[in-house]
Design a protein around this ligand. Structure first.
Ligand code: ADP
Ligand code: MG
Length: 636
């Protein structure tokens, strides 16, 4: 995890990717956040499709702002015109208006809540789908260098926070501004001297509100980072693989300690945050009683000198709260605007991540290929992405693959062998363009694979990874991933051919047994055969296979061989071979060493001529017991 943190820091706020448990980065983000028009404008763009709602909301807010100050004006009328001058009819008239207005503003409030939530939820839904779509287009390397928990948190938590951007920040900004305008307008039109007195007190709470807002924002940033740190820890330690790792190294205690530390820091931060709010509240309370006191004093003097009626003072005291409330909210609002900007910055930083592998345009005529593959001077380095800027003075690039020249004819089976770390998996992953070569070109039937659409390219190839993955779903659904329209007969036929049908039938619910992450656990050999069945169902022209390294007993070995025989029949195949039977059946064997092709030939040629192959054969393949070899040779 240390590496990840470092990487996140290196990218800084501009890149904005990296670990979610990155405390420093989040703090930096909150501290250095400034108002960024570009981000703000871009964020607003999401609201464009909902402009009719936006206009209605604005009108509603406008109406309720003016509706909000009218009672104060009516109160003044009731006291000065009705009560003082003893006009009962006026009193009744104004009181009825008072009631009507309060019903009206209440209804407007409901309408406003409904509309602003409608806008917020729509915008959120748009962002969620945009992010999800964008993440689907990212290459495998993107996910390899990130924590899933952090990405999950961006798509869920960050997007959810948009709700408050709309309902608190935007609506708050507009409605407070309009409330203040309406209030000031009424105050100045009733009595400008009292109005000035009311305004004089304003700095008394605007300034502390801003101060508190800033430290509150800082705390909020810290709290958010601890929350995401805990989410990452939870998702890592509660996943099966993470849980296994923690137990095998007896790390439960240490994990608990780490969790407890984040937990207690979080608790303290939350308490502090709550207290900051309370102190401010006390201060504001004090100030909001100073205002009316001054008002009564000066207003009383004005009444005694017959400058104003008593109703004006009463109306003013009512208006004061409509001035101070919105003002202090507005003073705090810049904080939520800044955190909204930070929020959108986080969302946009993911959206701006260009997919490493760019989609091509060409399709394959009739979706049919012969299945020839050619690699021309292909080199690949894993460091290609992030450190691009410093390429000038960077140390020599570590090549995972170097100048690979390889031609595979249609229907040929090519076995890749070589010591661990030689680049076999890397090479295999280049064929379906999980990554693109740093240099060089690849061709499928003479077509540059980068010019093809990824969909067309990948349709032609099936992959059996070393440790096949299955979704937490039924066997049937996992198989249908390969071909949605597959009939039950087709699926069963594929499983028969892959020697897995009987095993599936023996599962508690047959093809409807839930497998995968938390489902029924299949053994390594079973997973591999199920993956083979999946590729058989897909029926591609090209098969990419990363053989499992684990030794298998004779019966299983036999089953896998039979399954493989069906799989490779009539298809072009590139196989990372770990078993003697596979290399013996291959048309040619490619020996890899340190990212280069060391030799190409058949088994008998290579045993003679290539010392590395001879060594591999003796250490890796030859140890398979004589019995197995016997069986292989017996096979027709
Ligand atoms: P093999 O499959 O032959 O064992 P790999 O293709 O997995 O070898 O790895 C080739 C080299 O690339 C190794 O040096 C390995 O450390 C490096 N490598 C593999 N995956 C990554 C990755 N995601 N990021 C950086 N380096 C990697
Ligand atoms: Mg490998």
């Amino acid at each position: 995890m240390g590496m990840q943190d470092f990487r996140g820091l290196g990218l800084g706020a501009g890149g904005g990717s990296g670990g979610g448990g990155n405390r420093w980065r989040m703090q930096e983000l909150a501290k250095h956040e400034h108002f960024d028009w570009a981000i703000f404008r871009r964020a607003l763009r999401a609201f464009v499709p909902y402009w009719p709602y936006t206009i209605i909301v604005t009108i509603v807010i406008l109406a309720s702002s003016f509706g909000g100050v009218l009672p104060a004006w009516l109160t003044q009328r009731i006291i000065d015109e009705g009560i003082q001058k003893k006009h009962m009819s006026l009193i009744v008239e104004y009181t009825l208006m008072l009631i009507t207005i309060s019903i009206g503003t209440g209804l407007l409030g409901v309408l406003q809540t409904w509309l602003s939530n409608l806008i917020a939820q729509n915008v959120m839904a748009d962002y969620r789908i945009a992010l999800f779509r964008h993440l689907q287009r990212q290459s495998i390397g993107f996910f390899a260098s990130r924590q899933a928990g952090d990405l999950v948190s961006r798509v869920t938590n960050d997007v959810t926070a948009i709700q408050s951007v709309v309902t608190t920040t935007l609506v708050g900004f507009v409605s407070n501004l309009l409330n203040i305008t309406a209030t000031l307008f009424l105050m100045f039109s009733m009595n400008w001297r009292l109005a000035i007195l009311a305004v004089i007190v304003v700095p008394g709470f605007v300034i502390p509100t801003q101060r508190v807002g800033k430290s509150r924002q800082k705390l909020q940033g810290q709290i958010q980072s601890y929350l995401s740190k805990m989410t990452v820890q939870l998702s890592e330690s509660l996943g099966v693989s993470g849980a296994l790792l923690i137990r095998i190294f007896n790390r439960q205690g240490a994990e608990e300690k780490e969790f407890a530390e984040s937990n207690s820091t979080l608790r303290d931060l939350q308490v502090r945050q709550a207290l900051i709010g309370r102190w401010l509240f006390m201060w504001l309370n004090m100030f909001s009683s100073i205002g009316p006191a001054l008002l009564w004093m000066y207003g009383g003097w004005l009444v005694l000198h017959d400058e104003i009626g008593l109703g004006t003072i009463v109306a003013f005291t009512a208006l004061l709260s409509r001035l101070y409330g919105p003002l202090s909210q507005l003073a705090q609002l810049h904080v939520s605007i800044l955190s909204s900007v930070a929020l959108f910055r986080r969302i946009f930083s993911i959206m701006d991540e260009e997919p490493e592998v760019k989609d091509g345009k060409e399709t394959i005529p009739d979706n049919r290929v012969e299945g020839s593959i050619r690699l021309e001077k292909v080199s690949f380095s894993y460091q290609s992405g992030n450190e691009e800027e410093e390429e000038g003075q960077s140390p020599a690039i570590r090549w995972a693959l170097r100048d690979i020249e390889l031609t595979i004819k249609p229907g040929e089976t090519v076995a890749l062998v070589g010591p661990s770390g030689a680049g076999k998996t890397t090479l295999l992953n280049l064929i379906p363009r999980f990554s693109d070569p740093t240099n060089g070109h690849m061709y499928l039937d003479g077509m540059d694979t980068q010019s093809l659409t990824l969909h067309a390219l990948r349709e032609q190839m099936g992959l059996v990874p070393q440790d096949p993955f299955f979704f937490h779903d039924t066997v049937m659904s996992n198989l249908r991933l390969a071909k949605e329209s597959a009939t039950v007969e087709e699926i069963e036929a594929a499983c028969q051919a892959a020697q897995i049908h009987d095993t599936i039938m023996s599962l508690p619910e047959g093809y409807n047994t839930v497998v995968g992450e938390r489902g029924y656990r299949l053994s390594g050999g079973e997973r591999q055969r199920l993956a083979i069945a999946r590729v058989l169902l897909q029926g591609p022209a090209i098969v990419l296979l990363d053989e499992a390294t684990s030794a298998l007993d004779t019966v299983i070995e036999r089953k896998i061989q039979d399954a493989l025989a069906v799989l490779l029949e009539g298809r072009t195949a590139l196989v990372i071979a770990h078993r003697l039977s596979t290399i013996l059946k291959a048309d040619k064997i490619v020996v890899m060493e340190k990212g280069r092709i060391a030799a190409i030939g058949t088994h008998s040629e290579l045993v003679e001529s290539d010392p590395l192959y001879k060594e591999l054969y003796e250490t890796q393949f030859h140890i398979e017991d004589e019995l197995k070899q016997q069986q292989i040779h017996e096979k027709p």
